[in-house]
Design a protein around this ligand. Structure first.
Ligand SMILES: Cc1cc2nc3c(=O)[nH]c(=O)nc-3n(C[C@H](O)[C@H](O)[C@H](O)COP(=O)(O)OP(=O)(O)OC[C@H]3O[C@@H](n4cnc5c(N)ncnc54)[C@H](O)[C@@H]3O)c2cc1C
Length: 395
């Protein structure tokens, strides 16, 4: 019997396991992939605050973001260059693997290549059934009518006092446990290519780029860049269009490989049940403005560990006993998530002409620009958005 069983060894699951083991919990971490960090679809941009606050692997940093240039639909620009580095760009392969190794060093038992399929909650413990990689392959073969279907009784069953769901954007377990899912999803499409003359991070907005959203080009420091689009639908076709529109002739690869993944947009209805807690993208703890999930997930993981220490010492792992987690993380991030969704709706209604007008206004009015720059925080956008929206209100 473990104290805590964590499902999912993404950065948030592994970091939660690491912190729990550090404060003395007996922890097991189960991950469906045989190797973590491989082929992760992510730009890897993480604000400097995350590296100051959490024990994250410095070795994963591949470049720094010191400035950003924003492009309007007609290519008017606004340059933002603060005095300090804004963010780091990480290699998710190294990042995810090193956090997992740190957890293992703290004593976390790690089971890779095992997919959790079922969670049964009892009065004093939770039982978790997982299939190993071979069984999953055998099951796929059986469904396809090829190969030999193995027996169900060779599934592994583990017990723990509490289960943490850190399953990312996969909500099958949450649904089966009645936790609910985020209200909406965005599509993040991205490619990694060699680009000529990309010296700083570029952000593009406009209806043609992606209504209500944006596209980015983030240099990796070695001539390569991650270029992507966050879209409400059709991420891949928006990115193809964007590459033709803005990067024609600048990309070395003829047919760049585009990958896409959905991103939670908004908090899941609930993040606790009796003996169950969800953290990271599994609970919708993702910036609704940019789709960045690592910092908010880490913040909530820290809150979860704090609440669990108290809940275990009181011996109350019921939904009521865990509600403090839900309250604390929502009071920290709830307004940010809602404001981001609202800003997205406003941006979606603006025409390209109106967006150009806003760019012109900010470029010309030094005082407005300075006021907005004072409001910029890499990981919190509430103040910036509310000041921006006030400026848009007709006088
Ligand atoms: C194109 C794109 C760009 C992005 N760029 C950024 C960025 O620059 N910065 C940023 O902060 N965020 C970014 N994100 C979002 C970020 O990648 C996620 O928010 C982050 O990975 C969430 O971490 P997590 O640990 O919660 O989930 P994940 O990283 O998704 O990890 C979940 C893990 O759980 C495992 N799992 C799921 N179900 C089961 C199961 N039943 N049994 C066992 N294991 C299971 C999965 O295999 C996976 O390893 C981007 C996303 C996209 C799509």
């Amino acid at each position: 019997m473990y104290d805590v069983l964590v499902v999912g060894a993404g950065p948030i699951g592994s970091y939660t396991a690491y912190q729990l083991a550090e404060v003395g919990f007996g922890v097991v971490l189960i991950e469906e992939d045989a190797e973590v960090g491989k082929d992760v679809i992510c730009t890897g941009v993480i604000g400097t605050e995350a590296f100051e606050r959490f024990n994250l692997p410095q070795r994963a940093i591949i470049s720094e973001i010191k400035s950003i240039v924003f492009f309007s639909p007609s290519l008017l620009t606004i340059d933002y260059t603060p005095s300090d580095t804004l963010a780091y760009v990480v290699d998710r392969d190294i990042f995810d693997k090193e956090i997992l190794q740190a957890a293992q060093r703290k004593g976390v038992d790690v089971h890779l290549g095992k997919q959790v399929r079922r969670i049964n909650t009892y009065k004093d413990f939770v039982e978790v059934e997982s299939w190993n990689e071979g069984l999953r392959a055998a099951h796929r073969q059986a469904q396809a009518g090829t190969g030999r279907h193995r027996q169900r009784d060779s599934l592994e069953t583990l017990r723990a006092k509490l289960v943490i769901l850190a399953t990312g954007v996969n909500y099958r377990l949450q649904r089966s446990l009645g936790l609910g899912v985020p209200p909406s999803f965005l599509k993040g499409a991205q490619t990694e290519v060699e680009v000529k003359d990309l010296r700083q991070t570029e952000i593009y907005v406009g209806r043609q780029i992606s209504p209500g959203s944006f596209a980015w080009a983030v240099p990796l420091g070695n001539g390569w860049a991650r270029i992507g689009v966050l879209a409400e639908s059709k991420g891949v076709s928006h990115l193809e269009e964007f590459l033709k529109m803005r990067f024609a002739g600048r990309i070395k690869q003829e047919n760049p490989r585009i990958v896409q993944k959905r991103i939670a947009c908004g908090a899941a209805k609930r993040s606790v049940e009796d003996r169950i807690l969800a953290v990271g993208e599994a609970a919708g703890q993702v910036k609704t403005t940019t789709g960045g999930g690592i910092f908010y997930g880490l913040l909530c993981s820290e809150i979860a560990v704090h609440v669990l220490q108290k809940a275990f010492s009181k011996g109350d792992l019921s939904q009521r006993g865990l509600l403090q987690y839900e309250r604390l993380w929502r009071s920290k991030l709830g307004k940010e998530l809602k404001m981001g969704q609202w800003a997205r709706k406003v941006l979606r209604k603006l025409t390209d002409k109106q967006i150009d007008k806003i760019f012109r206004f900010v470029r010309e009015k030094v005082s407005v620009r300075e006021m907005l720059e004072r409001k910029v925080k890499f990981d919190y956008h509430l103040n910036l958005i509310s000041s921006g929206l006030k400026l848009l209100r007709p006088k």
